[in-house]
Design a protein around this ligand. Structure first.
Ligand code: NI
Length: 390
């Protein structure tokens, strides 16, 4: 099997510069114009062209023998979050209120690093690099698919930085690694009136409070204890002033689950409880679901290729399982509904003091960049090699 060469000090510093530049100039979902232009410039530095713009701000480029029938996809996401950075880093965000707090700056740097590595190697098949917008919004992957981003791909691979693990660790798992995510909105409508005369009104705050408390019994009473699930209410809005009974209330939350049966039961239970609350508290209750995310389910074959690649890049003992599926969502799931593939995690822990992903103090160890770049390049080589032997 072809093994990718070690990352040279020059390539490492090229990737670190990319990471820092993108970190300094974070952009929100579907607004990654500067990021896309910068990636395009970096691809041309390593002689990769043409680069196709798709899904608004996304980019796709291919290398390898022109007529090779098999194309393997490597994907990185490129968007940031609406968070005000508080890391104090020398290359902290210069865009107020926006921060790369999930490591997508690192994902782009790694994928470009892998492109630089593969560009210098003989390739038995084609490799497509997919720089995807709007992962945080949850629909960048769908747009990429709609616009032909994965057309003719035999398989797709991706990785996510994970600061729960030390640098040098790669986690590889078959099956589910990220949960089904079902965001919802409950709108309660009653009627306003004087705080001293509640019998003349329909109080939606009392209804909301009762309903929210009841919803927490769904996980403990509706779902098998062997299946992971969570229901979080993250936002409530109701009322205007202390002496007026609130006639309107809205509740927003999300259901996460790692098993279809658990998901069905949670969704059915939510509907039942919302309807029940309407009659119990004599208010109008409407339930709406926002766009849901499927679970990330790695195929067995793709996971075994991802594992072989990981074991080639880091010591075998450093290729481990992530443990039970995360309850987080990840739109890489949409690709895996269409074609086989696998997502792995790259350890990148800085210290116990650093904040978690999606926090204002999130940071990751740059030492992950060579690991990720080597894995991306190796998984493409390994895929082509194994495919020929299948
Ligand atoms: Ni992320």
């Amino acid at each position: 099997m072809k093994t990718v060469p070690n990352i040279s000090p020059q390539l490492y510093s090229w990737m670190r510069d990319i990471r820092k530049t993108i970190h300094q100039h974070p952009e929100l979902s579907f607004e990654e114009l500067t990021t896309a232009a910068y990636i395009n410039q970096k691809l041309s530095e390593i002689d990769i062209k043409p680069v196709r713009r798709i899904a608004g701000t996304g980019l796709v480029a291919e290398i390898g023998p022109p007529n090779a029938p098999v194309i393997v996809g490597l994907r990185a996401d490129m968007d940031a979050l609406p968070i005000t950075e508080a890391t104090g880093l020398g290359y902290a965000s210069t865009n107020p209120g926006i921060m790369h707090s999930c490591g997508h700056d690192g994902h782009v740097a790694m994928l470009l690093g892998s492109a630089a590595l593969l560009q210098k190697m003989e390739l038995p098949g084609r490799v497509r690099f997919l720089f995807q917008p709007a992962e945080e919004k949850g629909n960048g992957a769908e747009k990429m698919i709609e616009e032909g981003g994965i057309k003719d791909l035999a398989a797709i691979f991706s990785g996510h930085i994970d600061t729960h693990f030390e640098t040098g660790i790669i986690t590889v798992d078959e099956g589910i690694i990220c949960a089904y995510a079902d965001p919802f909105l409950i709108q309660l409508t009653g009627s306003c009136g004087h705080a001293a005369r509640p019998h003349e009104c329909k109080d939606t705050i009392v209804a909301a409070a009762g309903l929210i408390t009841s919803l927490q019994s769904l996980v403990s009473r509706e779902v098998s204890p062997n299946h992971a699930a969570v229901l979080t209410v993250g936002k409530i809005r109701a009322g205007e002033i202390h002496n007026v009974v609130a006639g309107e209330a809205s509740i927003e939350g999300t259901i996460r689950s790692t098993h279809q049966d658990a998901r069905k039961r949670m969704l059915a239970g939510l509907k039942r409880m919302v309807n029940g609350a309407a009659s119990y508290y004599d208010v109008k209750a409407e339930l709406k679901f926002f766009e849901s995310l499927p679970a990330v389910i790695n195929s067995c074959t793709a996971a075994s290729i991802a594992r072989i690649a990981a074991q080639t890049v880091v010591a075998e003992k450093n290729v481990i399982s992530q443990g039970p599926s995360s309850l987080g969502g990840e739109d890489f799931a949409f690709y895996l509904k269409e074609i086989p593939g696998c997502m792995v995690r790259f350890g990148a822990k800085v210290s116990d003091q650093t904040g978690p992903a999606h926090s204002p103090t999130f940071d990751f160890d740059d030492g992950v960049l060579p690991v990720g770049a080597s894995w991306y390049a190796q998984v493409a080589q390994t895929y082509h090699q194994e495919y020929r032997e299948l």
